[in-house]
Design a protein around this ligand. Sequence first.
Ligand SMILES: [Zn+2]
Length: 315
Amino acid sequence: MDWSTFPREKTNCILCGSNSFSLLSTQMTWPVVRCRNCGFVYLAERPSEDDLARMYSKSYYEDGDVGYKGYVNIFEQYHDTFLKIFRRRHRDLIKRANGRRLLEVGCAYGFLLDFLRTKYWEVTGIEISPLSSAYARDQLHLNVHTGSVESVNLPAESFDVILLLDVLEHLHRPFDTLRRIRSLLAPGGILVVQCPWELFHWEEVAEARYKRMRPGTIKPDAVPAHLYFFQPSSLEGVLRKAGFRIIGRQSGNYGAVRRLVVPPCINRGTAFERLLRYVYFRLGLQRLFYLIARLTGLGNGIIRYAVPSKDDVDL
Ligand SMILES: [Zn+2]
């Protein structure tokens, strides 16, 4: 599918409302910009909400142009790696949750929910894609609704944990979603948000410097499905604006699965570059860096735990 020819809409900065920005790069005709007022990084032009929703049908999970290439196959092939990630998620959740009623917003095929219910979580899912949500219901027999969290009818204050993993960067109306999530959280309930840190992350800055490019200009993943390119401060800014208070910070890495699915190409460029890539990717230097990054809060996965703040917030 050629997304460069799709109709587009212009948008302002979601964090401060400014329409003044500087262009960082153009990715497949889509402008990645930085807000001059607050520094938020986003797509200043994007496909319409309806067009993107249509993309989360088969093509997003199968073609690999913007999203994934064979999502279910990847999960089955690298099952053990995913299980390790899921176990860690479960351990992190039981440390913080005050109950077992869990909702995952944007649950895709439901693989995480399928795992969590074996650990005695009462799981519910919401997924916009008819394809993946049908799989979760029909193949995995999960309680998964098709639609958006705003459109699906669920009782207020009925969840102890709401997961929003790799979803916020896809949403046209993130504050509508976050407001609805606030109303679905039971007293003492927590929201868990995870987003990739794609631009201005240390690895992106290093790569850009090496290639004599400006930081923030390396191609991020999944344009134009990713509408925002969060950093820890901007993600927290969005959560605060939506009426949440941050109660926990954690760092993860997207490296493990990516390294398996798309092994980095070593043999290209000068002899020095090949040696550098070999040491970085094959001899485990990247893994060492990622471990240090995760422990120091600088991993490329930003994870935040949040609760509704007491003050009423105007959206
Ligand atoms: Zn701004």
